[in-house]
Design a protein around this ligand. Structure first.
Ligand code: FMN
Length: 366
């Protein structure tokens, strides 16, 4: 099967991409509704087995004939240091006791079954594949090209965008500092907490547009149609929204996570290694406050270490022990069915574009 897709606009009616969100959040139901509404729905293959990823693809194909994407995690080098991991295990012992569970085994592969997932997607191509935590080789991107799959590489800097262009990606997903969930940096620098060098979205989109010729999908803190208009005005071809779709009834996020987004108890987000060992933006809760500063740069080992505690906290409906991934715009989240949210965003975008045009016309507001 081949898809003659060369430009983003060829396969979405509206310049709106629903972000891939691992952990069961961007499930087939959510992606299907977004694609059916003229956006681009995305499945997240991260943490899933290759078989479970393929089941999601088959399920989504049963829900929509429209284009959709699958997101893959790039394999990670194992930099973890057993001493600092054991210290963090000791730090978290009280959490395991409190939630009456065990801390996880950290001896897991760090490649997220990348090769096996590639093999499935080469064998039975999907319209779009995006990557995070690194850039695939030219050979891999070319194989996708030959199968008609449009490729997107997540970038957080101009240098990463240049690598993506050189490697033959069709587009970049530019992730600003505001974004919820993990930063998609190609390399995790243990000396950085993920905030120091992170540029805000409008600044980063402008930098990247001036450095590479690839289409840009802009991600991070986008919750309203007028923000979509702003990133389009800065040169992006589409906006990618995560937090905005996380609260939809179709999303697979835990109900406690959804409610926390607009709960005044959680009024800010922070970048932290506390839950997974890699910088990621989450609502500031007790777990983050107490453990964030002690968490080592060890991904995905810390993800496996804390998995049981996070699951037990969710079971106990306790948001203080969960990883409440959220972008800076979380308070603007609207609990609407995905198709309705798409309609609202499209209307807001049209209104914002009209207002911009009016301002630019003779006689318009200065
Ligand atoms: C719960 C959650 C899970 C995420 N999982 C992934 C993922 O699996 N792959 C990926 O490329 N990005 C992932 N992201 C990041 C999004 O792709 C996107 O960059 C981010 O949601 C944009 O910021 P926003 O949440 O403020 O809209 C995740 C974000 C959230 C909130």
């Amino acid at each position: 099967m081949s898809f003659p897709l060369t430009l983003l606009s060829e396969f979405t009616e509206h310049p709106i991409v629903q972000a891939p969100m691992a952990g069961g959040v961007s499930c087939p139901e959510l992606a299907g509704k977004v694609s059916e509404s003229g956006g681009l729905g995305f499945l997240a293959a991260g943490y899933k087995t290759p078989e479970a990823m393929y089941e999601d693809v088959k399920q989504l194909r049963g829900l929509t004939q429209r284009p959709f994407g699958v997101n893959l995690f790039m394999p990670q080098p194992d930099h973890s240091d057993s001493g600092s991991l054991e210290r963090y295990r000791a730090q978290l012992a009280g959490e395991a006791m409190w939630y009456e569970t065990e801390l996880g085994d950290t001896d897991h592969a760090t490649d997220d079954a990348y090769e096996a997932k590639l093999a499935i997607l080469f064998d039975d191509p999907v319209p779009v594949v995006s990557f995070t935590f690194g850039c695939p080789t030219r050979g891999v991107l070319e194989r996708f090209h030959k199968r008609g799959t449009f490729t997107v590489v997540t970038v957080t800097s101009v240098e990463e965008a240049q690598v993506a262009e050189w490697s033959g990606a069709d587009a970049v997903c530019v992730q600003g500092a505001e974004a919820g969930g993990h930063r998609g940096t190609h390399r995790d620098d243990p000396q950085e907490d993920g905030t120091g060098s992170a540029l805000g979205l409008l600044s980063l989109v402008t930098h990247v547009k001036e450095a590479v010729r690839l289409p840009v999908i802009a991600a991070g803190g986008v919750m309203r149609g007028k923000q979509i208009a702003a990133v389009l005005a800065a040169g992006a071809s589409a906006a990618q929204l995560g937090t905005a779709f996380l609260v939809c009834p179709e999303s697979g996020a835990d109900p406690v996570h959804k409610q926390a987004m607009t709960n005044s108890l959680f009024n800010r987000t922070e970048m932290t290694r506390a839950f997974t060992g890699r910088p990621a933006r989450a609502l500031v809760n007790r777990f983050l406050r107490e453990h964030g500063r002690y968490a080592p740069a060890a991904y995905p080992q810390v993800h496996h270490l804390t998995a049981g505690v996070r699951k037990a906290a969710a079971k106990a409906k306790d948001p203080q022990g969960m990883a409440l991934w959220a972008g800076q715009g979380h308070r603007l989240a609207r609990d609407l069915p995905a198709a309705q949210l798409m309609d609202v965003l499209v209307t807001e975008l049209a209104v914002a574009r009209e207002a911009l045009l009016k301002r630019g016309s003779p006689g318009g507001a200065a």
